[in-house]
Write a protein that binds this ligand. Structure first.
Ligand SMILES: [Zn+2]
Ligand SMILES: [Zn+2]
Length: 133
């Protein structure tokens, strides 16, 4: 039996189900992710788009095109960042889930940090070190 993962936004207007565990878990430090999440970095895990089911609040989801090919979806009621997706390229049929919105406990096997060169300087206490090369 496959595990399903459930998540919701801060106000709980939106809730969703993932039919597969999130893959390619990453913590992105780029300035767009920092602003979009209001945080030091954004944590995402990806699932094929057909593994994401919106259980409630589909009409509360708004998409913002942060670049010509990137959509960031959020709750119009509370502003929670929910999903990130790209309209072109290899992963166009995948959607990245903002892991902070997951309600089901989830332990990724692997995870990585992206765009550490843009990391917020005030995140210094536990800033991961850049690997040379
Ligand atoms: Zn909400
Ligand atoms: Zn980013």
């Amino acid at each position: 039996m496959k595990e399903a993962y459930q998540g919701s936004c801060l106000c709980a207007a939106v809730s969703y189900l993932l039919l597969t565990p999130p893959k390619a878990v990453s913590h992105c430090h780029c300035s767009q992710c920092r602003k979009s999440h209001g945080a030091a970095f954004a944590s995402y895990g990806s699932v094929p788009r057909n593994s994401l089911r919106i259980l409630r609040g589909a009409s509360n989801i708004k998409a913002y095109a942060s670049s010509p090919t990137v959509m960031r979806e959020f709750c119009t009621e509370c502003g929670s960042s929910l999903f990130w997706s790209r309209s072109q390229g290899e992963f166009a049929d995948w959607v990245s889930i903002a892991l902070g919105t997951l309600d089901t406990p989830f332990l990724p096997r692997k995870q990585k940090h992206l765009h550490l060169e843009c990391a917020a300087p005030w995140h210094a206490p536990s800033a991961p070190t850049l690997t040379p090369g």
